[in-house]
Design a protein around this ligand. Structure first.
Ligand code: ATP
Ligand code: MG
Length: 457
């Protein structure tokens, strides 16, 4: 068998192998293919198993149903069914060759074939174009295993043609580069750059999925820096950040490089990493140089919010997540003293959400780590802020209207007319509690409300 290598360490679940054996017992050929083979070879095991087979989807359905497995018709037009064995999900697809492509994404037609090698040839990258079988070993007609060892992403066949067929592959390449820490073969990268214009045909939902996976990858920083033509084709907002010299002693990097480091230093969650990507996007617009030649960016956070809203709105980001990202961008450089009353006031600005406050601490820490080495005091400050937040939470200190020992009814009973005035009074009460002017006790609060109503016209 060509391309055989020691695959004794390949670890595929018995349930997935059971599906493969069932199909082969029925007289067909089946292989594990694609991402699960790639990941098994580098010990990056995840649940997601794909099988390719010479059987039609109806034959797969018949064999697997007879063996007591559940079979779902998830993509029969492309020859795919989903088999569930022992609770494990396996996608099974008939060997196929894709027909001519239309609109830089979808094949006009699919054609089924009896050849696994032909099926592998339609796949995007050599590391994704290997098949593995527990008895027959590794089938690697395009040198995927060598590329996997060398850490290279290389298109199967002619890169130019492959990216012309399907522009989504351009984003998949940078996404895999970030997730695996791989480089992209120069000819493949050239093919990608030649077709970035076609990314406009890819649905924004797919673009967002690939970008987010890229952003969460371990090598996000270098990928953001190394493939500007690709990244900026879908996020043109980043272009003005590239090469912008900040002209301040706080920074050793240009705005984009600083941003890429902040992404790297952020925990790998969509919330903090997206906020990191956009936190300084308003700097190019807000930039001005004073008489001494020093750069300033007053008010850049507000500009960054507008830019992030526009970019992520265009990509149809989930609304609730978008709003949280915008709050982090808005307050990323807010000076917050590590004392309970300032922490509680900030919690108000963050929709009373302690988790969002933690995320803000994460972002501030990452931002500080990406400053010049002698200007990283923010790392310590963000730790103090976090400690202070925990103190507020552990002591169950009031920071939201719902924590007050009185509510709107009490305010009405104290003689305040129904309407917006109720909320205004409660806000004043909460501020008095937060700043320790009044204890959060019912009688004390009612007395405080009476002093307020006496003042009100
Ligand atoms: P992951 O599951 O981590 O995203 P994967 O490689 O399994 O990685 P999938 O999208 O699950 O990616 O696709 C499974 C396989 O199908 C790939 O490994 C590849 O062989 C093939 N493939 C997927 N998308 C494309 C595409 N746009 N062009 C060509 N082949 C593709
Ligand atoms: Mg997969």
């Amino acid at each position: 068998m060509q391309g055989l290598r020691d695959t004794a360490h390949v670890n595929i679940s018995p349930a997935a192998l059971g599906v493969l054996e069932t199909i082969e017992h029925a007289g067909f050929e089946a292989w594990l293919v694609g991402g699960c083979v790639r990941d098994a070879l580098i010990g990056r095991n995840r649940g997601d198993v794909d099988l390719a087979t010479s059987a039609t989807w109806q034959q797969v359905q018949q064999a697997c149903t007879a063996a007591g497995m559940a079979v779902h018709e998830t993509g029969t037009a492309h020859g795919t069914v989903t088999v569930v064995n022992d609770g494990e999900v396996v996608e099974v697809t008939t060997y196929r060759i894709d027909g001519d492509y239309r609109d830089a994404r979808h094949p006009e037609s699919v054609q089924f074939t009896s050849s696994i090698v032909e099926d592998l040839a339609r796949r995007d990258f050599t590391i994704n174009a290997m098949a593995w079988h527990p008895a027959r070993g590794l089938l690697d007609p395009f040198g995927g295993s060598t590329d996997l060892d060398a850490g290279v992403i290389r298109a199967v066949g002619n890169p130019d043609q492959r990216f012309e067929e399907d522009a989504l592959r351009i984003l998949r390449a940078v996404r895999f580069a970030s997730q695996l820490g791989f480089s992209i073969d120069p000819a493949t990268a050239a093919g990608m750059n030649a077709h970035v214009g076609s990314l406009a045909h890819i649905s924004v939902e797919r673009v967002l999925v690939e970008l987010e996976a890229l952003l969460l990858g371990d090598a996000a920083r270098s990928v953001l820096m190394d493939y500007p033509q690709v990244i900026d084709a879908v996020l043109p907002e980043l272009t003005p950040m590239r090469g912008l010299d900040q002209r301040t002693p706080y920074h050793v990097y240009d705005v984009m490089e600083h941003t890429a480091y902040v992404v790297e230093h952020s925990p790998a969650t969509p919330l903090v990493r997206w906020a990191a990507l956009f936190h300084d996007s308003g700097k190019p617009d807000a930039f001005f140089v004073d008489d001494t030649g020093r750069g300033h960016f007053y008010g850049h956070a507000i500009v960054s919010v507008d830019i992030a809203r526009e970019a992520l709105g265009r990509l149809k980001m989930n609304h609730a997540l978008l709003e949280q990202i915008l709050l982090l961008v808005r307050y990323h450089d807010k000076a917050i003293k590590p004392a309970p009353k300032f922490v509680k006031r900030t919690l108000r600005l963050l929709g009373d959400d302690p988790e969002l406050f933690e995320a803000l601490c994460d972002l501030k820490r990452a931002d500080s780590l990406a400053h010049a080495p002698e200007h990283q005091a923010g790392v310590e400050k963000s730790a103090q802020l976090r400690d202070c937040l925990h103190e507020v939470l552990d002591q169950e200190q009031a920071f939201a209207l719902k924590h007050l020992a009185i509510d709107g009814t009490d305010v009405i009973d104290a003689g305040v007319a129904k309407g917006p005035a109720i909320g205004e009074v409660l806000e004043q009460v909460l501020e008095a509690v937060i700043s320790d002017e009044v204890p959060n006790e019912r009688d004390a609060l009612l007395a405080f409300v009476r002093t307020l109503t006496a003042e009100r016209p």
